[in-house]
Design a protein around this ligand. Sequence first.
Ligand code: URA
Length: 219
Amino acid sequence: MQIHNLSKENTILNVFMSELRDKTIQTDNMRFRRNIERIGEILAYELSKSLHFKAKTVETPLATTEISLPENEIVICSILRAGIPLHNGLLNYFDAAENAFISAYRHHKSTPENFEIIVEYLACPSLENKTLILADPMLATGQSMMATYEALKPFGTPKEIHLVSVIGAEQGVENVSKHFNADTHLWISTIDEKLNEKGYIVPGLGDAGDLCFGQKLQQ
Ligand code: URA
């Protein structure tokens, strides 16, 4: 897998990341959602550098000019519910993309660290020969990303796959690296060291879904 870890460079992304992680600033849910969306836009921009471009002619009011435009047919797939602001950020830039949504949640068994991913709702266009972007803001164990990909397989074989995340844990990145083939790209803002006993990324930022949309009752 080709890993593009954007934290290796100092850019404006650091400001958005520090606000997302800061426990005082993250109480402002609107800012939290907007920061994830802004990061989605940055990740979309970086990802766009790997797309396939072809020269097209554009007519201005004064003359014609050539410009290279991406040819990929993109499908963005996000996992509800924390994926929504990241999805919006990607769609702001890839506004011609088709969209897929999946609901997947952690079903805890005997202990907090022992859980399986349950996939329920799934809405997806054909993926045949398309560019699939799988977006999950928190790549903790990678299980949601892998379960989503497995659930999407009946919808066709994509030409290429891009995984997009805000924060990953080393463990999750390693797990998805083994699951997806070598030409899959991972576009990620930063990779944190570890997971705690409940499967949360440390230092991470907490529960992204709750910080976007408020606390849920536990199942
Ligand atoms: N999901 C989250 O929202 N946060 C984590 O740290 C891991 C998974």
